[in-house]
Design a binder for this molecule. Sequence first.
Ligand code: C5P
Length: 417
Amino acid sequence: MSDTQLPQVVLGVGGGIAAYKVCELLRRLTESDHRVRVVPTADALRFVGEPTWAALSGQPVVTDVWDGVHEVPHVRIGQSADLVLVAPATANILAKAAAGLADDLLTNTLLTARCPVIFAPAMHTEMWEHPATQNNVATLRSRGALVLDPAVGRLTGVDTGRGRLPEPESLLEVARSVLRRGATSTDLAGRRVVISAGGTREAIDPVRFIGNHSSGRQGYALARTAAARGAEVTLVAANVSLPEPAGVRIIPVVSTEELSEVMATERVGADAVVMAAAVADFRPVSDAESKIKKTEGPPTPIALAENPDILLELVRTRAQRAPEQIIVGFAAETDNVVANGQAKLERKGCDLLVVNQVGQGRAFGTKDNQASILSPDRPVVEFSHGPKENLADQVWDLVQERLAESDEQDMGLDSSR
Ligand code: C5P
């Protein structure tokens, strides 16, 4: 690909201490085949100087509209962008963007850009939670911008809380996801989704457990893509050691019973629930308090009790707890994939069942997947092979289709009243 065919990203940098993390993001963007034009605010340059941005991007760096006026930069930079990503987006930038101010090159660019725009806010918790900031965030979201919720963690100084800039790697993933989908990028804005990921562990004693090979990659891809499409995402993660996706609330769990409790609470008010976690069907009856010792003679068998079937329970209780909710299950099969999947779909009663073949190096722990997506009332959708991200987008396309249909039905009902 020639240089001019590479996606053009405008990286707006606000005047917050997290600007130092954005140097790494810039590096990753250029190394993964993006042209990047950095547009810092004047205050951003107090944290990281112009030579750093210029050297890392290989492009000129200016902050105001008076440099190179003959090239009309305040219009051209926004017009020619495929994506504008503002990181860190300070409370000040969010306020200016929401009000439509145009007093420097970045704010002008935000007004002239017609491509997707992502804001990655970073600030102290008090500033983030202030109604002024929250109103500005809501305004920007209502206009189609993707405003990521900041991460929770260490802030400047000794403070800890919500307000951290997500890690560069996860911001890169969001940027890629938005660029892949282009203009319709925030079609899940205003939707709340809950996703389970990973594999549960059932304790045998303090050091041993019954578990499975699930890496959590597919569930994390679902969370990343939903957040990149504007959804409010809760990710219930069972024993996953992957980087935290940007803009996603994570609830860690260990066992099936814990997962079951969290799902029952979190599903309330959610538009869609996706059970991508690999859940243990059985657990040891007694979780020994101290390590079980090797003894002479035949080993003592481990007595097992049946775990709750969370997916089944979510479907069973939907009518009284969340009538319009779309529920998606996953099934891993080693043979007769579609036939076994159809039987499972009937048994579980969910709206969509994503069936994939596992074993022989397929699905578990890999970056790619292949799957058939089954539903009780529509033809099978085949996802022949590709990154887990793409399968995730395909699942969200189908969920979104159903959510839009149920919105239409509600509107039809309203207008016939
Ligand atoms: O029955 P099976 O485990 O094959 O079904 C897989 C689907 O059911 C997945 O979506 C999984 O998350 C869910 N499941 C569950 N509770 C269980 C077992 C599986 O929710 N105890």
